[in-house]
Write a protein that binds this ligand. Structure first.
Ligand code: FES
Length: 503
């Protein structure tokens, strides 16, 4: 029997169904909710067609409006899969962190646009450089996601069939539309913009700049060019030909990108006498340790467990996700996003559930489940032995990286005075649970959720580069990259850090 393939983003899941299968039946099995029962009355099931065709229905037009329909949005409950489809599921949209941190600046002329280009999400802000006011914000999913959910699958796609140009075109067009929308919504003109700054990881830096990503796929994973990318809006096709400089901030080396360089500047850790740590907990864990005298950075492959991927009941932090777990009267008690029935667990819920399982003795420090292959955390959601192993891999990689980086700096982790957690996951993770599972070996009082430091750093660059060289150049020269993959003790320390603390 012939089948058609449906790919769902941003999680990158796919399924095969018989032609003509209703999307409600097909998607429900992957955890998509249909709040009004599929009657076309609530918009809760909306999906965006990324590839393929779903002809517009009357309900689509009435419930979503002309503009959204033109963008490709449809009500999944009113459609059938007649041929292959790629769909973005609105319910799975990642929570996208913007930034409203006050900051100091020297006024400059005109408008500036700062962009945080993440693997999953993209955020842009339009600023008045005289006042520092944020005039507009735009967010979205990185449209490269349809070609791979994480960095490595994106790089594999780029290499597989010489597709790199596709990814470069997609992201340049998306950001071009974003900057146009920012100006349009604020009624401002391209002629007023003096500078655009972008911060992002090394893969995004290369893909945006059109640089060869092949070296990022093979040991020693060193970038082909990790410096400033100085482009102009004219060569990118932005701003109707207005010549505006577009600067992608430089990487720090390996898989440590300008998002981390921006984070250093945003937290001010490079100006303090005390030792600080900055960590971005993601598929690729990036970290920095140091003070005003010297700084070291590294990256470590943590895998996707923190994003709820490769977990049997894993999902993004969306409606129905268990986002927190506590122990009440010797039992798990779950907090569920949206107050609906639980249908999966997101990264913060997974960390909490394992911490609670350790406290209850239902998970052993080795990671083994003593009472059988599954650990129910509520009636609908269980963790498997494989899920626990995925989390051990992720937390072991981060914990080992931190330990080796501290050793390389010549200090102990107990000497660290502050720990900044960058990014969305760092914002939501329970700090006590992170300590309980041995992910972060510090008390909650030392650990500071720092928000979107990448975007804040890109904003600071809008003002500093107006003054000349800017602090970025000198700061970058002070941060040394430590390639952990060349560290002889890495595997030994990694294996040690895979176990959970016994108390
Ligand atoms: S489930 Fe309500 S509109 Fe589709």
């Amino acid at each position: 029997m012939s089948t058609v393939n449906i790919e769902l983003f941003p999680l990158g899941r796919s399924l095969e169904v018989a032609p003509g299968t209703g999307l409600q039946a097909a998607l429900y099995h992957l955890g998509v909710e249909f709040p009004c029962g599929g009657r076309g009355r609530c918009r809760g099931c909306r999906v965006k067609v990324l590839a393929g065709q779903l002809p517009v229905t009357d309900e689509d037009a009435r419930m979503l409006g002309e503009e959204r329909v033109a963008e490709g949005w449809r009500l999944a409950c009113r459609h059938r899969a007649e041929a292959a489809l790629q769909l973005e599921v609105a319910q799975w949209d990642a929570s996208i962190l913007s930034d409203d941190t006050p900051f100091q600046f020297v006024p400059a002329e005109g408008l500036g646009i700062a962009i945080d280009l993440g693997t999953t999400t993209v955020v842009g802000q339009l600023l008045d450089r005289q006042t520092g006011h944020v005039l507009g914000v735009q967010t979205g999913l990185n449209q490269q996601s349809r070609h791979g959910a994480d960095i490595m699958s994106r790089i594999e796609f780029a290499l597989a069939a010489e597709n790199q140009g596709v990814l470069t075109t997609v992201i340049r067009q998306q950001l071009g539309q974003m900057v146009a929308d920012l100006l349009g919504e604020c009624g401002r003109s391209p002629a007023e913009v003096r500078l655009v700054t972008i911060a992002g990881n090394t893969a995004m830096h290369h893909l945006f700049g059109g640089l060869d990503v092949t070296p990022l796929a093979f040991d020693p994973f060193e970038p082909v060019n990790d410096g400033w990318l100085q482009l102009t809006s004219a060569e990118l096709g932005w701003f109707d030909g207005q010549p505006v400089p577009v600067h992608f901030l430089p990487c720090l080396g390996g898989f440590v990108g300008s998002d981390i360089l921006a984070g250093i500047l945003a937290t001010g850790m490079h100006e303090r006498e005390e030792i600080s740590v900055l960590v971005d907990l993601g598929t690729n864990g990036e970290m920095v340790i140091g003070n005003r005298e010297r700084m070291l950075c590294a990256s470590t492959a943590a895998g996707p467990a923190f994003e709820g991927a490769r977990i049997s009941s894993g999902m993004r932090a969306a409606s129905g996700a268990i986002s927190g777990v506590t122990v009440v009267d010797g039992q798990f008690q779950c907090q569920v996003i949206g107050g609906v029935s639980p249908r999966g667990v997101c990264g913060s819920g997974l960390v909490d559930a394992v911490a609670a399982g350790l406290d209850l003795g239902r998970i052993l420090p080795s990671g083994r489940l003593p009472a059988g292959p599954n650990l129910p955390i509520c009636s609908a959601v269980s963790l498997t032995q494989g899920d626990i192993r995925e989390l051990q891999l992720a937390k072991g990689a981060i914990a080992a990286g931190l330990r080796l980086l501290a050793d390389a700096w010549g200090t102990g982790l107990d000497q660290v005075a502050r720990v900044y957690l960058a990014g969305a996951f760092g914002n939501y993770i329970n700090r006590q649970s992170a300590r309980r599972i041995g992910l972060l070996p510090w008390g909650a009082e030392k650990v500071i959720p720092a928000g979107n430091t990448s975007l804040l750093g890109a904003k600071l660059a809008l003002f500093q580069m107006a003054q000349g060289e800017g602090e970025y150049q000198t700061l970058r020269a002070r941060v040394r990259h430590v390639p952990l993959n060349e560290e002889a003790r890495f595997h030994e320390v990694y294996a040690e850090q895979m176990t959970f603390p016994s108390v």
